[in-house]
Design a protein around this ligand. Structure first.
Ligand SMILES: Nc1nc(=O)c2c([nH]1)NC[C@@H]1CN(c3ccc(C(=O)N[C@@H](CCC(=O)O)C(=O)O)cc3)CN21
Ligand SMILES: CC(C)C(=O)C(=O)O
Ligand SMILES: [Mg+2]
Length: 286
């Protein structure tokens, strides 16, 4: 391990609950694994929401391609474009002071190969100001991870269930069940670590397997539907806050009924307008 320069001294005692004012870097995230520290990650798609999570101390925010279904009204993440990810990533960076912002590379922006991946990741770093990018795939994406990392762009990898492959899966099935699939998942996680990824998302895998991958890797694992033994946990913010319409996956815990609360507020406003109770004297200029 090389000596850290002053600018790279650990940001705080911990990623969550720290008070340091400088922005968290991938080195801070990597250092948390050695301390055996668990940390939270949430998605964010706009500056206002991102500032709430930043002020709450969430150390890493992912501008997920889940913006496709959560924010932009698509059926899945598949239609999301580089223009959309870049626009919303720039907003999240503007809304935050401390969080490391990770931009998700959308479907079609890196599958052609390492050079395409580098072109699009570079755009996200230069135009949006993200501190790292994320892309899906283990062994199949190792070449992309390697070129990005050697070019100075930190990469969060993503193995297990990779939602951009929804049309190949025919849904969102749990991955890594059975000995052969478990061995493949281990190979995928090792491949992206060896290619230089600073962390890896494990999505929808049995918790026993996620625990084994977490023990086997030197880089942090970020679980979503991967049980309690990952180094970090991520949820889509609209799922966590009870804002998502319709059914949410089994791995989601809802901490708020935001969809109902916001709907009730909208109805109250509407009734005030229709009934003449709003605006009242405090809201009026003379
Ligand atoms: N709002 C939202 N939350 C997410 O977590 C999320 C997205 N959108 N969009 C992209 C992907 C899709 N994700 C999903 C969606 C559904 C399941 C799901 O329901 N899976 C089955 C698996 C059952 C099995 O194979 O045994 C389930 O019933 O939980 C999992 C992940 C995760 N990602
Ligand atoms: C759920 C996370 C890992 C993600 O990729 C996304 O939100 O797009
Ligand atoms: Mg994603």
């Amino acid at each position: 391990m090389t000596q850290l320069s002053p600018a790279q001294k650990p940001v705080d005692k911990s990623l969550y609950g720290g008070t340091g004012s400088r922005r968290i870097t991938v080195r801070d995230v990597a250092a948390a694994k050695a301390r055996d520290e668990k940390w939270p990650m949430l998605t964010a798609y706009d500056a206002m929401t991102a500032s709430v999570f930043d002020e709450a101390g969430i150390p890493v925010l992912l501008v997920g391609d889940s913006m496709g279904n959560c924010h932009l009204g698509y059926e899945s993440t598949v239609p999301v474009t580089m223009d959309e990810i870049t626009l919303l990533s720039a907003a999240v960076v503007r809304g935050t002071k401390r969080a490391l912002v990770v931009g998700d590379l959308p479907f079609g922006s890196y599958q052609e190969g390492p050079v395409q991946a580098l072109r699009n990741a570079t755009r996200l770093v230069k135009e949006a100001g993200v501190g790292a990018v994320k892309l899906e795939g283990g062994e199949r994406s190792a070449g992309q991870v390697e070129l990005l990392v050697s070019s100075g762009i930190p990469v969060m990898a993503h193995v297990g269930l990779t939602p951009q492959s929804v049309n190949a899966y025919g849904g969102y099935p749990v991955q890594g069940r059975g000995e052969e699939a478990a061995q493949q998942l281990l190979r995928d996680a090792k491949a992206v670590q060896d290619a230089g990824a600073f962390a890896v998302v494990l999505e929808a895998v049995p918790s026993e397997l996620a625990a084994e991958v977490t023990r086997s890797l030197a880089i942090p694992t970020v679980g979503i539907g991967a049980g309690p033994d990952c180094d970090a946990q991520v949820l889509v913010w609209t799922d966590m806050a009870g804002m998502t319409a319709g059914r949410v996956p089994k791995f989601v815990k809802q901490y708020l009924a935001l969809r109902k609360l916001l709907g009730d507020a909208a109805k109250e406003f509407a009734e005030d307008v229709v009934g003449g109770a709003f605006p009242a004297e405090p809201h009026v200029f003379h």
